[in-house]
Design a protein around this ligand. Structure first.
Ligand SMILES: Nc1ncnc2c1ncn2[C@@H]1O[C@H](COP(=O)(O)OP(=O)(O)OP(=O)(O)O)[C@@H](O)[C@H]1O
Length: 370
C-alpha cells in the first residue's frame, strides 16, 4: 500500500433494497492524504452514499473499503477518524456557538481548559473568534456553515466529508465560502471529500474530481484533465458547455466532421473510427468570413457580463455555441476559427479504462518511434 493513500474503495457495490438496482455498481478509487477531492454528479448518482460508506453510516453490500490499509467495512462510525459537514448544518439550535463546537469534545470527556482552548482555536480558524456566546439562530447562513465546519475540525479528523455544504447559500456567499473552504483545507492539510452537483464549484475547488453517473465513476482526474479531455459525451456535457459534433477519424492528426477535414492533436485512434469532437465555446473565435474554418449564421446572442453567448448554425444545420468578448450581428454570417489544439476527440462511448489503455498504448508506440 502506498503511504500516502488514506482511503481505498475496491469494487464497492451498495444496494439498499434487495429487489432494486444497486445504488453503487462497483466503485474503485484511492484517496490520498491532504488533498481536496470532489464527488460530482447529478442528484441520485450515489455521491452521498459514498460519503455514508466512508463515515460508517452504511455498510457496503460487496467490495472492500480500507482506511490506512485496514478493512473498514463493518467498523462503526465512532471508531473512524472522519467527520461530516452537512448541507443543513445540523447545529443544535438551543446551544450557543461555543457549545455547538464543544459538543464532540464534551462527549469525549476532555478536560474543561482543553475544551476551551480547542474551541477558541477552531473558532479563530473559521474567522468566528468572539462569537462563542452568540445563539446560532442569530447567525447568517454562511456563519452557521462556518460553525458547522469548526465543530467538525475541532475533533481533528484525518478526513472531512462535506455533503453539499454550500447549496443553501446565495451565490455571492457561496463563492466567498468556496475560497474560505479551499484555503482552510490547504492550511489544515487534512483530506477533504466534498460532494456537489455544481461543476463550476468542483472545478474551482478540487485537486481531483470524480465525475459520477448512475452509481459509477465515469471519469476521474484533475479539473484541467476533466475539462480539457472529457472521455465521453456525458462528462463533456456535464462539465461546462460544449459543442459536441459526430465525426470520423481520417488519420493521426486529421479528423472529419460536417463533411470537412480538420487538423487535431488527439491521437491513438484508428482511421475510420467513429468519433465525437468537442470544442469548447470559448475556443471558437469570431473572424471575417474568409478567415474562418467554419461559416455560420448568428441565431441569437445574450450578454453574460464577461462575454457574449452566441448561438449560430452552419449550413448543415449544426448548432455552434460561441463565447466571445466580441459582439456579433444577429442574422448575419460570421467565420469561426479554432486552433487544432482546441479540438478534443473522443471515441464513441468509450469507458475510462479503455481511454487510459488507448493513451498508454499510444505512448508506447510513440516511445518506440513507430
Ligand atoms: N437509506 C436509503 N434507503 C434506500 N434508498 C436510498 C437510501 N439512501 C439513498 N437511497 C437511494 O440511493 C440513490 C442514490 O442516493 P444518494 O443520496 O447517494 O445520491 P446523491 O448523488 O447524493 O443524490 P443527491 O444529490 O440527491 O443527494 C437514490 O436513488 C436514493 O433514493
Amino acid at each position: 500500500m502506498q503511504e500516502s493513500i488514506i482511503i481505498s474503495f475496491q469494487n464497492v457495490m451498495k444496494r439498499y433494497d434487495e429487489d432494486e438496482e444497486p445504488v453503487l455498481k462497483g466503485v474503485s478509487f484511492d484517496i490520498e492524504r491532504g488533498k481536496f477531492y470532489t464527488l460530482l454528479g447529478p442528484s441520485g448518482c450515489g455521491k452521498t452514499t459514498i460519503l455514508r460508506l466512508i463515515a460508517g453510516f452504511a455498510e457496503p453490500t460487496e467490495g472492500t473499503i480500507t482506511m490506512e490499509g485496514k478493512v473498514m467495512n463493518r467498523i462503526p462510525a465512532n471508531e473512524r477518524q472522519v467527520n461530516t459537514v452537512f448541507q443543513d448544518y445540523a447545529l443544535f439550535p438551543h446551544l450557543n456557538v461555543f457549545e455547538n463546537v464543544a459538543f464532540g469534545l464534551r462527549v469525549k470527556k476532555l478536560k474543561k481548559p482543553v475544551i476551551e482552548q480547542k474551541v477558541q482555536e477552531a473558532l479563530r480558524f473559521v474567522n468566528l473568534a468572539g462569537y462563542g456566546n452568540r445563539s446560532v439562530s442569530e447567525m447568517s447562513g454562511g456563519q452557521r456553515q462556518r460553525v458547522a465546519i469548526a465543530r467538525a475540525i475541532v475533533n481533528e479528523p484525518q478526513v472531512l466529508l462535506l455533503d453539499e455544504p454550500l447549496s443553501a447559500l446565495d451565490l455571492k456567499l457561496r463563492t466567498e465560502m468556496q475560497y474560505i473552504l479551499r484555503e482552510m483545507q490547504q492550511r489544515l492539510g487534512i483530506t477533504f471529500i466534498f460532494v456537489t452537483h455544481d461543476q463550476e464549484e468542483a472545478l474551482a475547488m478540487s485537486d481531483w474530481i470524480f465525475v459520477m453517473n448512475k452509481g459509477r465513476i465515469e471519469q476521474s482526474g484533475t479539473p484541467n484533465d476533466i475539462y480539457d479531455e472529457p472521455i465521453n459525451r456525458y462528462v463533456a456535457d456535464f462539465i461546462g458547455e460544449s459543442n459536441i459534433v459526430p465525426g470520423v477519424m481520417i488519420e493521426d492528426y486529421l479528423a472529419e466532421f460536417n463533411g470537412r477535414r480538420f487538423e487535431c492533436v488527439d491521437a491513438g485512434l484508428r482511421p475510420n473510427e467513429p468519433i465525437e469532437i468537442v470544442i469548447r465555446p470559448e475556443d471558437l473565435e469570431i473572424v471575417p468570413l474568409d478567415q474562418g474554418k467554419l461559416r455560420v449564421r448568428v441565431d441569437s446572442q445574450l450578454f453574460r457580463g464577461v462575454h457574449y453567448e452566441i448561438s449560430c448554425y452552419d449550413e448543415s444545420g449544426q448548432e455552434w455555441l460561441v463565447h466571445s468578448t466580441r459582439k456579433a450581428e444577429v442574422g448575419g454570417e460570421i467565420g469561426l476559427y479554432f486552433d487544432p489544439e482546441a479540438i478534443h476527440v473522443m471515441r464513441f462511448g468509450e469507458t475510462e479504462e479503455e481511454f487510459d489503455r488507448r493513451l498508454e498504448a499510444y505512448g508506447e508506440v510513440e516511445a518506440h518511434g513507430k
